[in-house]
Design a protein around this ligand. Structure first.
Ligand code: ADP
Length: 266
């Protein structure tokens, strides 16, 4: 079977500024795949290309055998409807209750009767353990709970593909593990495919099937979570083991230390 998401020789620049080049990825159906790398390495840009918010300047992004940048009005709308997105910090609508936040995509994108919407919302809230919190407002939720509501909202329309942008940021260790497990469980229960952009190595290794490492706009390593945690590649080792120095240098480029320290002496 063809991969659900396929990037072939993708290049992208914001204006004159190249961000991605020669990107090849194949994300099989049913998998949870992490895209990892330091800040500014182009991870969010990759998600935007896959979600059709940006178009590559070269190469091709295919989702479910369709070239995303060639989709027009009706097709693009239907494509977006089948995508679940959890943006950074999972921003909820602050003036809507938990229930109405999760109901929002259903009301927006379907003509289902309110009684059915109610049951669907309660099913999604139940899946994230928050059926009892339906009447709360976002301001009354802990950070971990808010993230779970955002997850329920992202999967409200039973997406074929779920894109997560830094889903673990700002969470305490317990909430982090809960969100990690939910990402895996929701993917498997929905028969979806998930892409998780993150720099949280340990949480990701526990839940994902495959990992792509991105550095300076290129894929520098790719393999299963097990292969990546045992990898001898210097970049991957530095990332996985949190080593201070490696291919990503600790020291900002500087003249030799000895010379520098002698400066100012007679
Ligand atoms: P990551 O998600 O890995 O932190 P991004 O994809 O957000 O990286 O950004 C990659 C690079 O592109 C960064 O250098 C960033 O400053 C730049 N960038 C991101 N968005 C824009 C934009 N809208 N316009 C110009 N440059 C951008």
């Amino acid at each position: 079977m063809s991969p659900l998401v396929e990037l072939t020789d993708v290049a992208f620049a914001y204006g004159e500024r190249p961000v991605l080049s020669g990107i090849n990825m194949a994300i099989p159906r049913g998998k949870v795949v992490a895209i990892m790398g330091g800040s500014g390495s182009g991870k969010t840009t990759l998600l935007r290309l896959i979600g059709g918010q940006l178009r590559p300047q070269a190469g091709q992004v295919k989702v479910a055998d369709r070239v995303v940048s060639e989709l027009r009005s009706g097709d693009l709308y239907r494509f977006r409807r089948r995508l679940g997105m959890l943006l950074q910090f999972g921003a909820l609508f602050t003036d809507l209750s938990v229930f109405d936040n999760v109901a929002f995509p259903l009301r927006e994108h379907t003509r289902l009767p309110e009684s059915l919407i109610r049951d669907l919302v309660l099913m999604k809230l139940h899946a994230v353990g928050l059926r009892g919190a339906r009447q709360l407002m976002p301001a009354e939720l802990s950070g971990g709970m808010a993230r779970r509501v955002a997850l329920a909202r992202a999967v409200a329309l039973d997406p074929m593909l779920i894109l997560y942008d830094e889903p673990f940021t700002g969470l305490d260790p317990i909430s982090l593990a809960v969100i990690g497990n939910l990402i895996r469980r929701l993917n498997d229960a929905l028969g979806a495919t998930s892409i998780v952009v993150t720099h949280d190595v340990h949480e990701s290794l526990a839940i994902v099937d495959d990992i792509y490492f991105v550095s300076e706009g290129r894929v520098v390593a790719h393999g299963t979570a097990a292969q990546m945690s045992d990898s001898a590649l210097p970049f991957v080792r530095q990332f996985v083991h949190g080593e201070m120095d490696g291919p990503v240098p600790f020291q900002y480029a500087a003249p030799p230390y000895g010379e520098d320290l002698r400066l100012g002496r007679p």
